[in-house]
Design a protein around this ligand. Sequence first.
Ligand SMILES: Nc1nc2c(ncn2[C@@H]2O[C@H](COP(=O)(O)OP(=O)(O)OP(=O)(O)O)[C@@H](O)[C@H]2O)c(=O)[nH]1
Ligand SMILES: [Mg+2]
Length: 224
Amino acid sequence: MQIKVMEGILDKNDQISAELQERFRQSGILILNLLGSPGCGKTTLLENTIKALKSKLSMAVIEGDLFTAKDAERIEQHGVPVVQINTGGGCHLDANMIRSALDCLDLTALDIIIIENVGNLVCPAEFNIGEDVKVTVLSITEGDDKPLKYPLIFKQASAVLLNKVDLLPYTNFDMQSAVGDITSIHPGVTLLQVSCQSGTGLEDWYNWLIEQARMKRARRASNV
Ligand SMILES: Nc1nc2c(ncn2[C@@H]2O[C@H](COP(=O)(O)OP(=O)(O)OP(=O)(O)O)[C@@H](O)[C@H]2O)c(=O)[nH]1
Ligand SMILES: [Mg+2]
């Protein structure tokens, strides 16, 4: 019985997600769902990305958090439009929340909307929110065993960022083992080793993002 209820919720969510995808297919705006544990560095990555790319791409951010507007306040300081969604304790965003948040954004002339999901390696992976791509951030301080323990979020990601590599000398994180596990879960995934503190690897991330936005615009132009 419980399983049926869960299936019903996911079906309804997928319907709204597909509706959003159709809307964004027509607009050519790239929608990115940013996932990862609390503290893995999602907002820090966003701050770096905005600073590096806001002169090249027109960006907006939707911030998902349980209660506060702390992340939205950080993003606001960088001068891009941001909408905060508070889930009131809920552990993930859903498509209906995104549909409501869109009413607060001017969608004309945007290239990318980045949605920072609630910090969690489990539930956000199960709820599509109209995105083109999911990107998963794993901080190396979380441990190299996490990909095999939480495989869905790595399987669904178009790109995985292994963040905080500046801390590698101070941890026992086995990079070779983590990379092997992620690529076994998701062969061919884009895998980047980055530090949002030192800037290592971020140029590759920016180039990947620019290319995703270009491909989305191209798909709209060719109407596929
Ligand atoms: N050393 C180091 N610290 C980092 C790096 N990236 C982020 N941090 C720090 O990690 C902490 C958490 O970063 P956030 O960006 O707030 O993490 P988050 O994933 O947005 O966290 P939630 O929104 O709570 O899920 C902050 O103190 C950052 O300064 C990094 O590459 N290296
Ligand atoms: Mg954050």
